[in-house]
Structures are given as structure tokens and as C-alpha cells.
Design a protein around this ligand. Structure first.
Ligand code: SAM
Length: 497
């Protein structure tokens, strides 16, 4: 009887690692072609299968077994892998001459930070239009949400990081690039088994612990906590999948992740979460989320990327559960909507939470919507936001006494009627980071245009006041609050603390 824990002896792990040499992202893409790769991203294998026709080398065997979920002849598997050991560990299953992989092992590489290795997960349940429901303890492979979290993570060298809900271990693989000690937790034993194998193959050392939320880390402190938790808001009556939902009511799990971080962030430490939250009819959503952060004493930035109405939301997750086209579809849909109605949920937000334990008496908390394209990896811009808080809080006197330099990526866009002498709108736009935009009037535009690090803000204001013929104090009263907001939004390359 094969085991289900995917565990290999140290020797067999080395033999498997050696067999995977050459099974890299680039090699697979070259073998299956760009169209094969694009089709796989749509969950279709035909294009890749056709590209591999006539090949019986190791790369083709591994791709068929682990990525295309195909049966491969036992002798071909024996020629490519430590087959008996993988059978014993429950990684492969054999039926006569046919061999099948029981998990997905695939190469991973990120152009963002160079993280690379191999990751182990369960096979996608929906390949080639299959409608299978995942098993309750299904271990998800790398998803768009995983990539988004990896991109929003602030990648500074730190001593200790926690990957909460590690799943296949993809966040730990990234953390290994800039963190000395990684603790990775999960409620799902099977996820820890996948993470252990994948991280072992990738040469990443992480302390893997079983348990819910912060339970496995007791009173430990971390410099960075990252999590893409099971944030789906679903009724208690639907079948549960550990990778996406919990037994918490509404968005209670997200709230626990955020509020619980206060006890686990070292001074200066950060929590970064990707997830969903409810828009309820009894309270503005931003006020509700700001309330979660308020109790932590941390600085916080919440960026809501999109909001779905209940129907869109439920349809996505019903399809994800393999219920599309089944008899239960309609009933489950109705129950889900009833649940939302009972909780007063009128929409579901999706986005990013970042908290920093800055140790401020009066923490800085911002909750906003920003659905527009951002420069990836956006973690750099998030780090700049938290760095800029101190500058944005300078006294007026200090702000005016500094020579500010507008960041080089800022460009000006003008809008107006064709042939008009003056534009109707002048917009300054960041080309990098969050790619924010701000509409400016003549006064603010004139001040910002002169911020090249030479004159202080006070000197510039004096000169612009003369040009537009208003008292300098009036101009300062008008411009300084808006200037301060731009400082907070990292529009300046230098000056300040
Ligand atoms: C959406 S997956 C994310 C996996 C991976 N970190 C990523 O970024 O792709 C959520 C993970 O959280 C785990 N999980 C579910 N409930 C949990 C809990 N209460 N505490 C810790 N982990 C949990 C699931 O088993 C799953 O592996």
C-alpha cells in the first residue's frame, strides 16, 4: 500500500532532484511551445500533447506525467525517475504497464525576484474540460493569487518570516531569497507534505508546522508574515475545500489574520495578506477594515483592487468547486445568496492588506480603492509608501524647509479642446509603482514642476505666489496639504527624513 505522505528518504530525494535536472520552466516551454503553454494556462493539454508527439526523452516523460496528467509506460518512467521509491511514497501509481503521477511536480521560476525550483501540489481538477470536484484537502498549485501575493510582498532582507497557509510552498520559495529563517504553516497535512517535498527538491530550508492561523507559532515574533489564506466567503452548508474556505462566519478568517498579527510582528515587522472582504449594508467597507487595523496599533494600507456583486462572486466559486452543470448548482447558488442576505453582504472586495508595526502612538491607516494597472512587482511601491509616512508627517515648517525632488518617472498629461490655448485638465502621472495620477491646478502644477531638489518648498511657494499674484501664506494654506498627500504617495525621489 503506497503511503500518502509523499515522503522520500534523503537519498531518494537526491535521486529525484537529479532526475529533475533539465526539467526547467524554459525547457518545458521550449518543448511544448508558446501555444502549448498558453493552452495549459487555459487548462487545455491538447496543444502541448501534440508538440510532444514522437518524443520519448526524460523531459517529455516528466511533462506528460506531472503536467499533462497522462499515463506513461512503466519502462519510460523507470528510465527517467527513481520509480520504485516514488511509487512507495505515493507520488506515482502503477496499473500494469501504465504509470500515473498522483501529484503535480513542476518547475517554477519567477522573473520578478529570480525565485526558482520545483513545486508539488495536487493535479488541477478541471483539465481538458473535466468537471471533477477537488478533494476536500486538495493542495492548490501556483494560482494567480499566489503570484499576486508574491508580487506585493516587500522583499527586504529580514531575519524571520512566516508563510501562513503555505500550501505548495510557493511563498516560502520566494521568501528564501531574502529571509534567513522561514516558518511555514498549514492546517492541511497534505499541503505540508507537498511543501516539504517541493522545498526539499528546491534546496529551501523551512520549518513546517501543522495548525490553524497563529496557533503553531505561539508567542513568536516575525519580521514578515505573508499569507494568501482561504478567504472565500461561503455558507456553512456548502462542501468545504481547505485551500479556499474556512469555518469562520463571513470574512471572519480575514479579520482574525489581520487582528491576530499584532501579537506576532517584531518591531518594524510587516504582515501582507491577499484576500476577500465583505461589503455590508450596515457599515462602509473602508470604515470596517480600518476598524480591524485600528486594534493592532500598526500602520496599515488596504488597497481594494476590485469589487464583485454577490452573483458574480458565487458563480466564480461554484464553478471552482466543479458544480457548474450539476444538479446541486441552483440549490447551492440560492443557499449562498441567502447566506449573504442574512449577513447583510451586498458585495465582496478583493485586494491587499499591508500592516507595519512601526510603533507609532498614532498609526497611519489608509484604506482605498485602486483598480488600475500597477507596476509589478508592486511590493517595492508598498515599501515606499510606508517609508514615506514619516516625511508626510513632518511639521509644516520642516516640510517647507526641505528641497524636494519630484521622482523622474512623473509625467504630465494635458487634456483640452483641440486648438484651445490652455488645457482644461492637467494631470501628473507616475509611470512606476502604483502609477497614481493627480489632477493639478496652476499653483500646484507650478510648485511641483519646480521641485528639482534645488530650492526648498518654501522658496518655490514664494516664487509661485509672486507669479500668480496671491499672498504666499494663502498659497501655502492651499498647496501644503495637497503636497503632503503627494509626499505620502511617494511622488518625491528625495528630501525629508
Ligand atoms: C489559497 S491557499 C494558498 C497557498 C499558498 N500560500 C499560495 O500562496 O498559493 C490557502 C492555504 O491555507 C491553508 N489553510 C486553510 N485554513 C487554514 C488555517 N486555518 N490556518 C492555516 N492555514 C490554513 C490551506 O490548506 C491552503 O494551503
Amino acid at each position: 500500500m503506497p503511503s500518502d505522505d509523499l515522503s522520500l528518504s534523503d537519498d531518494d530525494l537526491v535521486r529525484l532532484r537529479t532526475a529533475l535536472d533539465g526539467y526547467t520552466v524554459d525547457a518545458v516551454v521550449e518543448a511544448i511551445g508558446d501555444k502549448g503553454q498558453a493552452a495549459l494556462a487555459r487548462n487545455h493539454t491538447v496543444a502541448a500533447d501534440r508538440a510532444l508527439r514522437g518524443r520519448d526523452d526524460t523531459l517529455a516523460t516528466l511533462t506528460r506525467l506531472f503536467i499533462l496528467q497522462q499515463d506513461v509506460g512503466w519502462s519510460a518512467v523507470q528510465a527517467s525517475l527513481p520509480a520504485e521509491a516514488l511509487l512507495e511514497a505515493g507520488i506515482l501509481a502503477r496499473d500494469g504497464d501504465a504509470c500515473r503521477a498522483r501529484v503535480d511536480i513542476r518547475p517554477y521560476g519567477s522573473p520578478d525576484d529570480g525565485a526558482d525550483g520545483w513545486l508539488v501540489s495536487d493535479h488541477a481538477a478541471t483539465l481538458d474540460t473535466a468537471r471533477g470536484a477537488p478533494r476536500p484537502d486538495h493542495v492548490l498549485g501556483v494560482s494567480p493569487a499566489s503570484t499576486t501575493l508574491a508580487q506585493l510582498t516587500m522583499r527586504r532582507p529580514v531575519a524571520r518570516a512566516l508563510d501562513l497557509g503555505t500550501g505548495c510552498g510557493v511563498q516560502a520559495l520566494h521568501l528564501a531569497r531574502h529571509v534567513d529563517t522561514i516558518v511555514a504553516t498549514d492546517l492541511n497535512e497534505r499541503a505540508l507534505a507537498c511543501a516539504r517535498l517541493g522545498l526539499g527538491l528546491s534546496g529551501v530550508s523551512a520549518d513546517l508546522r501543522l495548525g490553524s492561523l497563529y496557533e503553531p507559532v505561539a508567542d513568536e515574533l516575525y519580521d514578515l508574515i505573508v499569507t494568501n489564506p482561504p478567504f472565500v466567503i461561503s455558507p456553512p452548508t456548502t462542501a468545504k475545500f481547505t485551500y479556499r474556505e474556512s469555518s469562520f462566519t463571513g470574512d471572519g478568517l480575514m479579520r482574525s489574520v489581520v487582528t491576530g498579527a499584532a501579537d506576532h510582528l517584531a518591531p518594524g515587522g510587516a504582515l501582507q495578506v491577499l484576500g476577500n472582504w465583505a461589503h455590508t449594508k450596515d457599515q462602509p467597507w473602508d470604515e470596517r477594515l480600518a476598524g480591524w487595523i485600528a486594534g493592532t496599533g500598526c500602520d496599515g494600507l488596504v488597497i481594494e483592487r476590485e469589487v464583485l456583486d454577490p452573483y458574480e462572486y458565487v458563480e466564480i466559486w461554484l464553478a471552482d468547486a466543479g458544480l457548474a452543470g450539476t444538479q446541486e448548482y441552483r440549490d447551492t447558488y440560492e443557499r449562498w445568496l441567502d447566506y449573504f442576505e442574512t449577513l447583510g453582504i451586498v458585495g465582496v472586495g478583493m485586494g491587499w492588506f499591508t500592516l507595519v508595526n512601526a510603533g507609532r502612538q498614532d498609526p497611519d491607516v489608509r484604506v482605498e480603492q485602486w483598480p488600475h494597472a500597477v507596476e509589478q512587482p508592486v511590493g517595492t511601491a508598498l515599501a515606499q509608501h510606508f517609508d514615506a509616512i514619516a516625511d508626510a508627517r513632518l511639521s509644516d515648517e520642516d516640510l517647507l524647509g526641505l528641497p524636494w525632488s519630484l521622482a523622474e518617472d512623473v509625467v504630465q498629461e494635458t487634456l483640452g479642446a483641440p486648438g484651445a490655448e490652455d488645457p482644461t485638465h492637467i494631470v501628473l502621472r507616475q509611470q512606476r509603482g502604483l502609477r497614481r495620477a493627480v489632477e493639478v491646478d496652476t499653483a500646484l502644477g507650478g510648485v511641483l514642476g519646480a521641485c528639482d531638489g534645488d530650492l526648498t518648498l518654501g522658496e518655490i511657494l514664494g516664487a509661485v505666489a509672486q507669479l500668480v499674484d496671491v499672498p504666499a501664506t494663502d498659497l501655502a494654506a492651499d498647496v501644503v496639504p495637497r503636497f503632503r498627500r503627494l509626499v505620502a504617495d511617494a511622488w518625491f525621489a528625495s528630501a525629508g527624513s
